[in-house]
Design a protein around this ligand. Structure first.
Ligand code: HEC
Length: 185
């Protein structure tokens, strides 16, 4: 008597348990297929199958030194079977400007130094401000060159190396320093 009730109870528990388990499995499969469908319509369609994106990704993943080489095939990127794309072009590297004797100092100043030095942003000695420049000029032009090229932390603020424009040559930076020093005489 006791045992029949208990067996009945076990059956019920087992049935309910299997139903819950089945529902969870069904839900898992639903989420899986839903995610796949969404992926195919978004990431898949807009990123993985877009040759332009694939190129950009390959270019970003390419080793930095690749710029020197004729561009090795984009290193094995384990990606979905993206359509074969032409090897990504090496991002246009500005050809090293022929070292011209005459550097356009004002142009360098305008493009790289002006942002801080025209208004004296963050403690930068202002352009044409004789008083601000006098003590600096007194320390010698070579110090100014070195500080402008290598950057330094002074009492007034931080002068970033080459004004943050590391693409500038030392001569261009020196020319810009001369330009500012001349203007502050
Ligand atoms: C992000 C702002 C910023 C830019 C851009 C910038 N400077 Fe400066 N520069 C400063 C600051 C700030 C100082 C003052 C630091 C101090 O003395 O505390 C300074 C100081 C200097 C000095 C004085 C150095 C000394 O020894 O007293 C020179 C020379 C100079 N800058 C040259 C340049 C040149 C050339 C460029 C462009 C290629 C440039 N700066 C771009 C912020 C800047």
């Amino acid at each position: 008597m006791e045992s029949t009730v208990s067996a009945e109870h076990d059956r019920q528990f087992f049935d309910t348990f299997m139903i819950v388990l089945g529902a969870l499995v069904a839900f898992t499969l639903l989420v899986y297929f839903l995610a796949n469908a969404i992926h195919a319509r978004t990431q898949g369609a807009y990123i993985e199958e877009n040759p332009l994106k694939a190129e950009q990704i390959a270019a970003r993943l390419a080793p930095v030194t690749a710029a020197a080489e004729p561009m090795a095939a984009p290193a094995a990127v384990p990606m979905a079977p993206a359509p074969a794309t032409a090897p990504a072009p090496v991002p246009a590297e500005p050809a090293p400007a022929a070292v011209t004797a005459a550097v356009d100092a004002e142009a360098v100043y305008n493009s790289a130094c002006m942002a801080c030095h025209t208004l004296g942003v963050a403690g930068a000695p202002k352009h044409e401000d004789v008083e601000a420049w006098a003590p600096r000029i007194a320390r010698g032009i070579d110090t100014l060159y070195a500080n402008a090229i290598n950057g330094y932390q002074g009492e007034a603020g931080i002068m970033p190396a080459k004004g943050g424009r590391l693409d500038l040559s030392d001569d261009e930076v020196k020319a810009a320093v001369d330009f500012m020093v001349d203007a502050a005489q």
